[in-house]
Design a protein around this ligand. Structure first.
Ligand code: NAD
Length: 491
């Protein structure tokens, strides 16, 4: 147990245990301490709503045998008000200590001022893959005719590219020196007053991103991994990303991968059973194809800037950013976050859609191996949206819909979750001989989930580090009518 007297930003750490990591995979205790950043702007609306739903889902799935011990950590406006700095060391220390965190949106000034806190955290914790599943929820208004055909998981490299933050203002000493240096390389076309940004893409970081994407495809049964790049123009950065991706695949997944050339030259266009297709697309063509042939794509691995654009474009295709989740994952830390911003004008009005942050919570639960709780949320959310009870963003686009506030939407999602699962009471004798049985983890509802392995020695859940799209999340068996009341989420 963690020392209860410990504080971060003056906030006491609640009773609970740490999530640890083994070979990049989280080992989740039954009562993990999870730091959260409420976020600026609409964070104050969407975080309380999301937290309420997540807690209800965990209770509904596991009764009292599992719960999350939330620890608020400060960042953004709240941190500045408390300590004068937007990202206190205590916040970074708490996330380092507890490994898995969730955050609302944080504001960043454009064109100057402080560096993005989100980018700072991704680099500080080496959260090298940004994973964004994009799928359609029935009834959500979309600008395309068949939004349901898009079901992709985007792996965006998260630490380098032009996001590495190597930038020099026009006329600064550094910019002038770089222009001089380039002059020595024979580059004589740069104007005197020129801002400089450096694009860096390395072999190691490209390979680990592509490896994570291929492993995810293999574990989740997805059949295509597409490398997206602008290598025709940026040959030694994005072109190299593509080449290193194929190189990695040849070295580590030779028996599992078929390239597009091989698909036609060796397999007559038919993907052999048990293999995945590894192909690549130039970024501009990809934007065209994901719109015109969405079902041809499944897992996408791409460089940082492409991934940023592409994930928002894909989110728009299925109905907007308000329902698109995201996760930033490294080898010993993961931060789950809403993909939209702070929507300052909507802040504090109980208007905003909490679904993006909530679905990020779903990804977090899946990452932790608590897939039953994750699926309860997906079911509740699907039913709520399908019944056209929605927040303002969807209401304005959906005919015949009922407008709900953020908090009322949260209550509706909870009411639409399945009945709570019956959690077996500990049996004294069995508990004495097999302590992990007393946690209730081996109840049928929890043992059906592949990857939700229970460690007999630590009573912890070893989660998969892959993040399943909500559409393929495992299904929780219907609860018994004799299920005990486990909280407010009972219908
Ligand atoms: P934004 O996402 O805050 O808002 C764009 C529009 O999207 C809003 O006008 C609103 O109509 C809609 N919207 C966004 N979230 C919504 C929700 N949950 N429910 C309903 N509608 C929603 O983008 P912006 O205006 O470009 O950025 C505002 C601030 O947020 C900036 O400071 C920016 O840097 C920051 N930002 C933060 C993150 C992050 O923390 N991950 C991401 C993007 C932008």
């Amino acid at each position: 147990m963690t020392d209860k007297a410990k504080t971060y930003n003056g906030i006491a750490v609640p009773a609970g245990e740490k999530i640890t990591f083994q070979n990049g995979k989280p080992v989740t205790p039954d009562h993990p301490i999870i730091p959260f950043i409420e976020g600026d702007g609409i964070g104050t609306d969407i975080w309380p709503a999301s937290r309420k739903i997540i807690d209800a889902a965990v209770r509904g799935a596991y009764g009292d045998t599992r719960s999350i011990a939330w620890l608020e950590v400060l960042a953004g406006d709240k941190a500045k008000a408390a300590s004068g700095v937007p990202l206190p060391q205590d916040t970074l220390d708490a996330i380092t200590e507890f490994g898995v965190a969730i955050k609302g949106p944080l504001g960043t000034p454009t064109g100057g001022g402080m560096r993005s806190l989100n980018v700072t955290m991704r680099q500080k914790f080496d959260l090298y893959r940004c994973v964004r599943p994009v799928r359609y929820f029935s009834c959500v208004p979309s600008v395309v005719v068949h939004p349901e055909k898009l079901d992709v998981v985007i792996f965006r490299e998260n630490t380098e590219d032009v996001y590495a933050g190597i930038e020099y203002k026009a006329d600064s000493a550094e910019a002038v020196q770089i222009v001089d240096l380039l002059g020595k390389f024979g580059v004589d076309t740069i104007e005197a007053t020129t801002g400089i940004g450096i694009k860096i893409i390395s072999r190691r970081k490209s390979r680990r991103l592509v490896k994570a994407a291929i492993e995810y495809a293999l574990e989740s049964g997805r059949k295509t991994v597409t490398l997206v790049h602008k290598g025709n123009i940026q040959k030694f950065t994005e072109g190299a990303f593509r080449d290193w991706g194929y190189e990695l695949a040849r070295e580590e997944f030779a028996d599992k991968i078929v390239t597009e050339d091989e698909l036609w030259s060796k397999h007559n266009g038919k993907l052999p059973d048990g293999k995945i297709l590894l192909n690549d697309r130039i970024a501009d063509a990809m934007f065209f194809e994901v719109l015109t042939k969405p079902s041809e794509f499944s897992v996408i691995a791409t460089c940082n800037l492409n991934g940023d654009y592409l994930s928002d474009a894909c989110a728009a295709q299925v109905g907007g950013l308000g329902i698109a989740p995201g996760a930033n994952i490294g080898t010993d830390c993961a931060i789950f976050e809403a993909t939209h911003g702070t929507w300052p004008k909507g802040a504090g009005k109980n208007l905003a859609n909490p679904s993006s942050l909530l679905l990020s919570g779903v990804m977090m639960l899946e990452f932790m191996g608590w897939k039953e709780a994750a699926q309860r949320i997906v079911t509740g959310l699907e039913k709520t949206i399908a019944s056209k009870n929605v927040t303002v963003d969807l209401h304005t686009l959906m005919e015949g819909a009922t407008l709900l506030s953020t908090s009322a939407f949260a209550d509706a999602v909870i009411a639409n979750m399945p009945e709570p699962v019956k959690v077996q009471a500990p049996v004294a004798a069995a508990a004495a001989s097999a302590p992990t049985d007393s946690t209730g983890k081996d109840t049928p509802a929890q043992s059906v989930v592949a990857g939700d392995k229970v460690s007999p020695s630590s009573s912890a859940t070893v989660g998969s580090d892959t993040v399943e799209p909500a559409s393929t999340a495992p299904v929780v068996p219907a609860a018994s009518p004799s299920a005990p009341a486990t909280g407010k989420d009972a219908k």
